[in-house]
Design a protein around this ligand. Structure first.
Ligand SMILES: Nc1ncnc2c1ncn2[C@@H]1O[C@H](COP(=O)(O)OP(=O)(O)O)[C@@H](O)[C@H]1O
Ligand SMILES: [Mg+2]
Length: 1108
């Protein structure tokens, strides 16, 4: 084998069993298990792929994977079926080598899946285009059709192929698919009439019954119920995960794509229905006069329907189930059939019908998919056939299958060795003989024309006289006794005489994959595979073209007296054709292994796998592969991989690769017998040597890694250091600049200070000089000013002196003149003239004062405050007195205009002012309100007529008040009437008098200091009214009510008027208790109304909103 790159890297276990060291069954299984546990289901043996069924979908078949494996070398990536498919496809396309892919393994091991994976891979990577895609589609769609008719649920596999299939896919020179040819082998037709426990008949029966429309079923005269059909086992009709109805649609669709006409499909379904009907035909014995039982059809309904379906004359078929015609040399002899024979004939007919239908389907599919072009095709064959079968009871079928596998092994050996040999020749390596087990001897035992087992079986079947399975076994015992691989108890070979594992009716063959014990029973029958001629003739007579085609031997025109070839013979012939077909092709092997019997993922049953490994001959496989050289590799990749192991080749080898490898191996002192130099490849005999190289390489890689790390770290540190150094210089430069800047700024600052001191000193000096100069100038000015001042003052004094003298002169002159006048007129003046002048002056002044006052009189309104100002201080007293007198006079004048009522009103307002001013906060708001008294207009309003009648005196006040309920503090409206003698409370609605209190019984009235309207009427103790308790009322006209009450009480009694108590806490007698009424300032949230609440039986709290 040839390793290009990394198959050896990151491997779980060993990817290629050829490299397994040590090689034995245990290590082989361990390796498989280890890989399986890590989801590596593929392992190589050289170019053979072992595939273990994972029983679950793995994400390894994606389009990405296809791309990954596309055009890559086989060993380049980890083992995969795609690598094999790619290798096969590429050597077909590029090297023009026909390929075959041989897939073997036991039932349920994944053969069919593998073949589909190969086909889908090839479909994905080969050319594209409308025509090509159509061909691909047809090739792929042939699968569902074949699976429906050829697959069934078995205990091992829910979709087990019950036939061997070989498909040749044909490609043109570009590698585009042109078409294909399918061959089938050995359909397990016994399944049509009988299925083992837990298994089903072929899928198509169930699909038809569940998926077909009612209409179709009616046409086919079928019923949906599986249990109505004898040929359908009952116990496993529905399989989980299989949707028969949906699959039916898929099959019909696939048939359409593959090119079936509508009428063909119908015919096929009619035959399927006919098989079901056939199974329901039952027989009963009828005693004939000759004393022999003859069979008769029991219930003819099914027979009738079947005949209608196929266009067969019922009587013909009925007769064929009761009689059998034997023709010999122009003579016809008719014998009756007993019931057992009739059943045998019926089942034989059903089996033949179905298997011929199946073969016809394949022929029909081939017609469509076969390549048309006449040019030479390249071919890729895919063989999906049963692997070795070793059951408890092995019969004719197993014998034949195992024979087929022996032949495949032959091919394997031949082709592998041939390829090996060819390569050695190509590479110029001496061919050394390889030791391995060649199974040609076993093939010979079975197929030898003279004394092979199959030849003897045929001989027995054709021999006249009684032929039974026993006579057949006897024959074998005689003829094969000496054969190394044949074992039988009764053979002449005495060594088996005492072997109790060998029953008498059995023989055992040592196949290359193990010993298999066959039961001789049934061999003759199955090999004969007889269908009575009457039945085939009846079928031929059918008015149904497909039926006619299937039974050509029934044609009376072509009566052939020769016996048809036996099953064994046919099979041997077709295996022969297959083998010669395969031999011309380059083989690719896929060996499928089933990990467990439970169809379960993750379970690896070692015993089961071991068994398969044995009979698949996998160990043999490895041995043959390793017989020569275990490992080979082209020089270039080999040198590339190991060049680090030698100083001369590391890191570069300049010469040719081959010499490099030679130098390398010599340097490593690998023994010369371990390898050979081919033309382009190095051949290594033993895996050990390869592992030695790998081990060395691993170590060396570690050292190299350390070296690389070392150099990298050094480089990194150096870089780091240089970077730090560079940064340090930058930092230092910045710092120095900063320090210098700072120093410069300091010097600049100092210079400025010094400069300023110097300038200051100079400026001060200058200032001093200037000040001195200024002072001098000022001194001069001052001196001159003083001088001028002195001069001016001297002049002023002189002028004043002069003026005084002149004035003195004038005064003296005036006195002198006055003296002279007085002396002259003294005789004309009376003695009291001075007093008269004084009185006259005063009189004149007073006269003017009064006249002015008269003209400036203020207005007559009593509230006017103006008064003219006083002209002379000495008139102060008079002026004030006159103002007072005037005010009194004008008030009198004003009052004298009042009417009687108005006077009363003012008197009341006056009284109210006396009672409440500065005592209750409600008062100021009442001043502007007129006291109306009768708010209800009681004698005019007819509503209060009744009330008016009750009161016989004049009503002084009528108003609606709230009477506060003593229990809860809630108010209820009452009419309050006040007359001269009593106070009456009446119901507001009805006018009904509730209480009438003589004023004489009233002791006092209490109200709060706040702006509320609550007031209490306290009654005199002991009075008649007191029994009911005091009244607590509230009114908007509190000021008016209490004032009126006070005035009335004062007027009618000579005694004291009733007391008025204004305070925020007072006591009220409620029936028996004294309750304290307490007023508090509440929040304005209650609105503008005061609210009253009974706190307890001693306290009633009135909350008065704070007036804004
Ligand atoms: N590669 C695979 N990946 C996933 N499941 C698989 C694979 N191969 C086989 N199987 C499962 O195993 C079942 C049996 O496989 P099949 O190919 O029909 O077996 P065989 O043809 O050998 O009897 C399939 O139906 C499928 O569920
Ligand atoms: Mg299969």
């Amino acid at each position: 084998m040839e390793v290009k790159t990394s198959l050896l890297d990151n491997m779980i276990g060993v990817g290629d069993m050829v490299l397994l060291e040590p090689l034995n069954e245990d290590s082989f299984l361990d390796n498989l298990k280890k890989r399986f546990d890590h989801n590596e289901i593929y392992t190589y043996i050289g170019s053979v792929v072992i595939s273990i069924n994972p029983y679950r979908s793995l994400p390894i078949y994606t389009p990405e994977k296809v791309e990954e494996y596309r055009n890559r070398n086989f060993y380049e990536l980890s083992p995969h079926i795609y690598a094999l498919a790619d290798e096969a496809y590429r050597s077909l396309r590029d090297q023009d080598k026909d390929q075959c892919i041989l897939i073997t393994g036991e039932s349920g091991a994944g053969k069919t899946e593998a073949s589909k994976l190969v086909m889908s891979y090839v479909a994905a990577v080969c050319g594209k285009g409308q025509e090509v895609n159509k061909v691909k589609e047809q090739l792929l769609q042939s699968n569902p059709v074949l699976e429906a008719f050829g697959n069934a649920k078995t205990v091992r596999n829910d979709n087990s192929s019950r036939f061997g299939k070989y498909m040749d896919i044909e490609f043109d020179f570009k590698g585009d698919p042109l078409g294909g040819v399918i061959s089938n082998y050995l359909l397990e037709k016994s399944r049509v009439v009988k299925q083992p426990r837990g298994e089903r008949n072929f899928h198509i029966f169930y699909q038809l019954l569940s998926g077909a429309s009612d209409d179709t079923l009616k046409k086919l005269k079928l019923d949906r119920d599986f249990s109505k059909y004898n040929y359908l086992s009952l116990d496993s009709a529905a399989v989980s995960g299989l949707d028969d109805a949906a699959n039916f649609r898929t099959v019909r669709n696939a048939m359409q794509i593959v090119g079936f006409m509508e009428n063909e499909m119908q015919s096929v379904l009619e035959l399927v229905a006919a098989v079901l009907k056939l199974g329901n035909i039952e027989f009963k014995p009828e005693l004939r006069c000759n004393g022999i039982d003859e069979s008769r059809v029991k219930d003819k309904n099914d027979l009738k329907e079947m005949c209608e379906l196929l266009g067969i004359e019922q009587s013909v078929l009925e007769r064929a189930f009761s009689y059998r015609t034997v023709e010999a040399k122009m003579e016809k002899v008719s014998t009756t059939l007993n019931v057992a024979q009739a059943y045998y004939a019926r089942d034989a007919l059903a089996k033949n019908l179905y298997s011929r239908l199946f073969s016809w389907l394949i022929t029909r599919i081939n017609e469509t998919i076969r390549a048309q072009a006449k040019t030479r095709h390249k071919v890729m064959g895919v063989l999906d056939i049963y692997g070795f079968e070793i059951f408890e009871d092995n019969s004719f079928e197993q014998f034949i299958i195992n024979y087929c596998n022996e032949k495949l092994q032959q091919i394997f050996i031949e082709l592998t060795l041939r390829e090996e040999q060819e390569e050695y020749v190509r590479e110029g390596i001496e061919w050394t003989n390889i030791e391995y087990f060649n199974n040609a001897i076993i093939c010979d035992l079975i197929e030898n024309n003279q004394n092979g087992i199959l030849a003897m079986l045929d001989e027995e079947c054709l021999r006249p006289g009684t032929v039974t399975d026993e006579t057949f076994l006897d024959k074998l015992n005689t003829i094969c006794a000496e054969h190394q691989h044949f074992e039988s108890r009764l053979s002449k070979n005495s060594k088996f005489l005492t072997d109790h594992s060998l029953p008498h009716n059995c023989f055992r063959i040592q196949h290359y994959a193990g010993k298999v014990l066959y039961k001789a029973e049934g061999f003759v029958d199955k090999n004969n595979d007889l269908l009575y001629r009457d039945l085939s003739q009846a079928m031929y007579k059918a008015n149904h073209s497909l039926m006619k085609q299937l039974f050509p031997e029934g044609n009376p025109a072509k009566v052939n007296l020769k016996r048809p070839p036996t099953a064994g013979f046919q099979f041997r012939a077709s295996v022969g054709t297959l083998m010669s077909n395969l031999q011309t092709k380059n083989p690719n092997y896929i060996r499928c292994v089933k990990p467990n019997d439970k169809k379960a993922s993750h379970i690896f049953t070692e015993a089961l796998v071991c068994h398969q490994v044995r009979y698949l001959g996998l160990m043999e496989n490895v041995r043959v592969r390793r017989a020569g050289y275990a490992f080979r590799q082209a020089y270039e990749p080999c040198l590339e991989r190991y060049k680090m192991l030698c100083k001369k080749t590391w890191p570069h080898w300049r010469g040719p690769a081959r010499e490099g490898v030679e130098v390398l191996l010599t340097d490593l002192q690998v023994p010369t017998e371990e390898f050979s130099y081919g033309r382009s490849k190095i051949f290594i005999r033993n895996p050990r040597t390869l592992f030695f190289l790998e081990e060395k390489r691993k170590q060396c890689l570690e050292d190299l890694a350390t070296l690389i790390q070392k150099i990298y770290r050094g480089w990194k540190c150096r870089r780091q250091f240089l970077l730090l150094k560079k940064s340090q210089i930058v930092v230092a430069a910045w710092y120095r600049r900063y320090a210098q800047q700072k120093k410069y700024q300091n010097i600049k600052k100092a210079t400025t200070v010094v400069q300023s001191y110097a300038r200051g000193w100079q400026a001060r000096k200058l200032l001093r000089k200037l000040k001195h100069e200024k002072k001098c100038e000022e001194a001069v000015t001052t001196i001159s000013a003083y001088w001028h001042g002195t001069q001016a003052r001297r002049e002023l004094r002189r002028l004043k002196e002069e003026a005084r003298r002149e004035h003195a002169v004038a005064v003296i002159w005036a006195y002198w003149q006055g003296l002279k006048v007085r002396r002259e007129y003294r005789k004309f003046f009376r003695a009291n003239a001075g007093k008269k002048i004084y009185n006259f002056t005063i009189q004149r002044i007073m006269q003017k004062y009064f006249l002015d006052l008269k003209h400036n009189m203020p207005p007559m309104s009593p509230i006017d405050k103006s008064w003219p100002p006083r002209p002379y201080l000495f008139l102060e007293g008079v002026h004030t007195e006159l103002k007072r007198i005037f005010h009194l006079w004008r008030c009198k004048k004003y009052r004298s205009q009042f009417t009687e009522e108005k006077r009363a009103v003012y008197e009341e307002k006056l009284k109210a002012s006396e009672l409440f001013k500065d005592k209750k906060a409600l008062y100021p708001s009442s001043v502007s309100q007129p006291f109306k008294g009768d708010y209800l207009e009681i004698n005019k309003n007819p509503k209060y007529q009744k009330l008016n009648n009750v009161v016989d005196e004049k009503v002084l006040l009528a108003d609606v008040v709230n009477k506060i309920n003593r229990a809860n503090g809630k108010g209820s409206a009452r009419i309050l009437l006040l007359t001269k003698r009593s106070l009456i409370l009446a119901d507001q609605k009805t006018g009904h008098v509730k209480a009438s209190v003589p004023l004489a019984d009233l002791a006092s009235v209490s109200a709060s200091t706040q702006a509320d309207g609550f007031f209490a009427l306290q009654l005199k103790e002991g009075s008649t009214s007191a029994a009911k308790g005091d009244f607590l009322l509230s009114s908007d006209h509190l000021i008016e009510i209490i004032t009126k009450l006070h005035r009335v009480s004062a007027s009618f009694s000579e005694k004291e008027p009733i007391g008025l108590d204004i305070s925020d806490e007072f006591l009220v007698q409620f029936k028996h208790d004294k309750v304290c009424i307490k007023f508090i300032q509440g929040s304005p949230k209650n609105g503008n109304n005061a609210s009253c609440k009974r706190k307890n039986n001693r306290l009633l709290e009135v909350s008065v909103p704070v007036s804004p």
